[in-house]
Every structure is written in C-alpha cells, then in structure tokens.
Design a protein around this ligand. Sequence first.
Ligand code: GLU
Length: 417
Amino acid sequence: MAADGTIFGAMLEEFSGAARILNLEPGIWKILTNPKRQIIVACPVQMDDGRIEVFTGYRVQYNITLGPGKGGIRYHPDVSLDEVRALAAWMTWKCAVAHIPFGGAKGGIICDPTKMSRRELEALTRRYVAEIIDAIGPEKDVPAPDVNTNAQVMAWIMDTYSMHVGHTTTSVVTGKPIELGGSLGRREATGRGVMISTRESAKHLGLDITKARVAIQGFGNVGSISAQLIGELGAKIVAVSDWKGGVFNEKGLDVPALMAYAETHDHSVDGFPGGEPLTNEQLFKLDVDVLIPAALENQITAKNASSIRAKIVVEGANGPTTPDAHMQLHQRGVFVVPDILANSGGVTASYFEWVQDRYGYFWNEQEVNDRLEAKMHEAFNAVLQTALKYKIDMRTAAYVVAIDRVATVTKMRGMYA
Ligand code: GLU
C-alpha cells in the first residue's frame, strides 16, 4: 500500500525512485505511468441452484511496447481495478527484467472460488473470456495462471477462444495442461526461479545455503515448489504458513510430507503433525536466514518490518512488501530480491511455452529447466550489477533495468500521430 492507500500508488513510488536515477524524460515518464487499456466486464453466470449471479472481471494491458501483453488472471474476493492495474504494471517491468518480448497485462475476477462448484467456475471462465475475446490472442495479450487459477482454467480459456476463432489456438494462453500445448517445467518454474534467486543471493552475500534456515509464507504453487527446491539445495525449511494456519519445526520440515498433507487437507498446512502450530505473525518474526513471502500483496508493512530478522527476503508473491517497509529493510541491510525479479521464472517459462506452441515443437523438461536457469542468471546478474553500479537496492535496480529497456524501445518506435 502506498501513501495514497492504493496498490498502484505503491508501484508508482517504486517506479519514481528508479526513473529519477535514469533521468527519465517527463514525456516517457508519463507514458510509462499510464495504463494503455483497462477493460471492465460483467459476467453473468447461472449458479447451480438456478440463481443468476453477475461477477465483475478486469483485464488491464498496462504496456505492450515490447510485445503482446502477458500476465495471469486471478480469482479472489479482494480483486479490484487498482490491484489488477498494479499487477499489470508489475508484469510490464517483470517481462522487461526477464528480457522476454512481452508487455505487461493482468486480469482478475471478483469471486470466491472456494465457494464455487467446478461447473460454476467453468461457466464464469468461459463467459469472462467471451467478454474480453477481442482484446486477447497470441499476438495481442496472453493470459496465464495466477492466484486461484490453474492449468484446468487455462484449458477452458484456450477452448473458449479456439471455439470463437474456429480453430485450435494453443498459444493464446500459457500454463496449460501438458497434453494440450503446455510446457514441461512451467508449473514448477516460478518456484524454481525463487530457488535460483535465493541461491544466487546467498552466493553474493557469502552465506552457505546448505546451512540456511528458511521461512515461507504461502504454500500454493509458488510457496510449495520453492520449499521443495530450496530444501533440495540442503537448506532447512523451518516454517511455513498459509491462509488457514502454519507449522514450525526447528529441525526442518519434511517438505514432501507437507505437500502430500496439504493435498488432502484443503490445500493448507494447518494441522500438519510434523511440527508445532505457528501463526502468520510469528512466522515473520522467526530467526531465519531467508524469508519468502509467497502469498499476496501488503504482507510486510511498516508495522511488522522492524521485527523481521531474515538476512534475505525473496519475494515469491507480487507486491508483498510496501514501499515504507522496503525502505526499513534496506536501511537495516536486509537483501531484498524484488518480485519482478524473484518470481519472474513463471513468466519466463510461459514465454517458453508460447514459443513451443507457435513452433509446434516441444522441448524436454531438462531443456526447459536449463533455459530457465540461463535466463534467471542473466536477469539476476543484470539487476545485481545495476545495484552495485548505482549503489542502490535490488528493487530500484530491477526497475532501472526494466524502465531503461521499455523507454529505449518506446523512443525507437517513436510517437504515432
Ligand atoms: N501470474 C504469474 C506472474 O505473476 C505468471 C504470469 C505469466 O506467466 O504470464 O508472474
């Protein structure tokens, strides 16, 4: 949350710090701080009990200078235009940092998927796609999974779009099931990128990752895979918390067992027998080396930032740290790997999926992982070198890299009309 109380305002604060360092021209500044296109749609759905409900959906294409819009779609009761706009802007900077030929977009629907049947979710998804169909497409805007959406939802999106255009178009969406044009390694890619960011940060700070203690907030796709892969490096995952509860084990949690437990317990770690219960607030105060917020926005705030003891914070979620909290952490010497770098593994693998769909030729999992490793390395080093060059924090450095790339192409393309 920013001084003005909005999430988009927080994005603007982050942007401004970097734009000043770049001496960005006022005209380009204006272009890059205005969303290009914002779509609001009403999606009527007949519910299982016969009643008609109307859901509000959004798709914001923040900037498409570098290529088609790219970004997930989230289903959550707290979705708002402000949130989707900020997330679309973050996708713009994320794709630029990842150095992939995409602009930034994001979508969301105000709904509570935990209270909806599979049929209702399918009907809502198809109606939402039909409402935004003119704005999406392989060359226009390519959605993907985000909070509470998954491969099945992507399959419905792909099918609805394909039915409308009259032919199967796999590259309209990424994060699809493998059987219908998905990429091996995509589901794990965000967590893999978080692991690579964690490992590289530890290397940079001279911290032995095999002895590191790690706490993770969130155990969805990003949190759970991050826990698994960082655990495989030899680090101890001592705590995990989620929307329902949390669990702590001084000796390190058995991550595969925790994943199996969550699978059969409402997708939550709450009540896991291999540790003691722990609250979300307690998790942030733990004496750990690495803290990974991998849930929603605004989790590390001015209220709890001072109690964080981790040396490294790796943002698996988008926007988990408010600008004032970030300032506090930076001043205390905490090494924060910002969302637009730390969780860019997901969209990078989405790019690989889009390429494979358009090429009609699919890579094996090792190939995907090797390419992801190379791209994450390139991105991490570009940001780290920028941080060292200007003596700035990693977030501002990531924005400097991203804004510079988008601004350069904006100027090259010139002004139309
Ligand atoms: N929702 C993910 C993100 O926030 C992935 C987006 C994508 O793959 O397009 O980065």
